[in-house]
Ligand binder design. Structure first.
Ligand code: CMP
Length: 227
């Protein structure tokens, strides 16, 4: 797993470990590869493993009884998921589906538990990641109540830009790899309303729309619109 060591060592789980600890944890890792669109697990499944993304992107979704989907988040390299059922051993709270081809490091909950008990610094890092997720979830909930759809679109694009953006001469390129439908599920609005907001931003010259990507041309205006 040499080429992926760098990603792993920056993940919250490993950041707190010294070399000896990191090597011990690495020994219990299994590598999993998924093709685009492949499902790793479904909401309601029993969960016995947490995952760190080594390359590619994974979406976490929940499905309503009428079949509508809500996208809780899109995660990329270095980010972790599947930890809720580690701390609270109950079924998976969301489905995990590959948005691109993906390579994952899987760690059994049973292999991890002794680390949490013996090395409080690992538990602290995991708690930090959980706290960040809770903060973000609270922000998303408040935005659903207080912020209009264009504001939420601007916010989500800025969040994706922070994690996946690459600065080019002509703007900040954000390859989110999401379809229009998935972007709408992430914003929590209809595809039509989200597309209208995107077209409006494009018309004002704040961004350019590309296939499964946007180029943010005027980040400052987007930040103002997201407030
Ligand atoms: P688990 O419940 O084991 O499996 C589904 C995973 O989705 C869950 O652990 C978390 O890692 C992840 N998850 C759940 N809710 C969110 C959220 N709001 N944002 C990002 N990830 C989430």
């Amino acid at each position: 797993m040499d080429q992926t060591d760098d990603v792993l060592s920056k993940a919250p789980l490993f950041a707190a470990l010294n070399d000896e600890g990191a090597n011990a944890l690495r020994a219990s890792i299994t590598e999993i590869r998924l093709g685009r669109g492949q499902r790793l697990f479904a909401e309601g499944d029993a969960g016995d493993r947490l995952y760190v993304i080594l390359s590619g992107k994974v979406k976490l979704t929940r499905t309503a009884v009428d079949g509508r989907e809500n996208l809780l988040g899109v995660l990329g390299p270095g980010e972790m998921f599947g930890e809720l059922s580690l701390f609270d051993p109950r079924p998976r709270t969301a489905s995990a589906i590959a948005v691109t081809d993906v390579v994952l490091a899987g760690l059994g909950h049973d292999d991890l538990r002794p680390f949490l008990a013996d090395r409080p610094e690992v538990a602290v890092h995991l708690l930090k990641a959980l706290a960040q997720r809770l903060r973000r979830t609270n922000d998303v909930m408040a935005d659903l109540v207080f912020t209009d759809v264009p504001g939420r679109v601007a916010k989500q694009l800025l969040d994706l830009a922070e994690r996946f953006g690459k600065q080019g001469d002509d703007g900040l390129h954000v390859h989110h790899d999401l379809t229009q439908e998935e972007l709408a599920q992430l914003v929590g609005a209809s595809r039509e309303t989200v597309n209208k907001a995107l077209a409006d931003f494009a018309g004002r010259g704040w961004l350019r729309i590309e296939a499964k990507a946007v180029v943010l041309v005027d980040v400052e205006r987007m930040q103002k619109r997201a407030r």
